[in-house]
Write a protein that binds this ligand. Sequence first.
Ligand SMILES: Cc1cc2nc3c(=O)[nH]c(=O)nc-3n(C[C@H](O)[C@H](O)[C@H](O)COP(=O)(O)O)c2cc1C
Length: 212
Amino acid sequence: MELTEAMRTTGTCRYFRSDPVPDEVLHAAFDAARFGPQGGNRQPVRWVVVRDVATKQALADLYLPLWKAYFDGIASGDVNVGALPKSVTDADTFAENLATVPAIIVACAEMSGLHPTDTELGRLSVVGGGSIYPTVQNLCLALRDQGVASAFTTLLCIAEPAVKKLLNIPDEFITAGHLAIGYPEKGFPAKLTRSPVEEIVFAESFDRPYFS
Ligand SMILES: Cc1cc2nc3c(=O)[nH]c(=O)nc-3n(C[C@H](O)[C@H](O)[C@H](O)COP(=O)(O)O)c2cc1C
């Protein structure tokens, strides 16, 4: 499919059909995703594809209490989200049914392959993720190109030690996120809700809109 169309419609899918995603489709998606950039071309990203019912259930069991705590925070106003109420209830239904998705892909990264340059700034370090998430998004786009939907999540990273043990992930790797994937029950979104270009791009100085 056309690239811009894929970029504009690769949303977070909450409802999946039960039929499996064939290995050929997965292979093509991983094959395209690996061309994502990473610092120093260190290629730290690894994937674990979980199709086994018991293992998906174990991941879902770890995820659900983390989601429920987050969900309660949204309801009480302690957690601030931009998502619409319907999106939040859909995410709740998704959490309740996570074990039934056709596959969960765990994105891992080798710590020595990350080169964070922002660790001494007295704020949250994010640069290491720059060697991981472009490749993850590439995977979502490459799946979308083949009609496969995805939902990227990070709450389960809180339970990284348990996930690493469950999936035999070596000590030197971290978990960077989890993708539920499958064919979408309700098709793909026509348009995602995002801020307009006029609000997010500045000319020369952060206080001067580029496109007014
Ligand atoms: C960094 C990141 C972390 C996320 N973590 C979760 C998560 O733990 N659970 C979840 O249900 N959705 C998670 N999401 C999905 C977002 O809620 C979703 O992308 C957002 O609501 C926008 O949805 P849309 O792309 O369909 O418009 C995450 C997305 C990103 C980019």
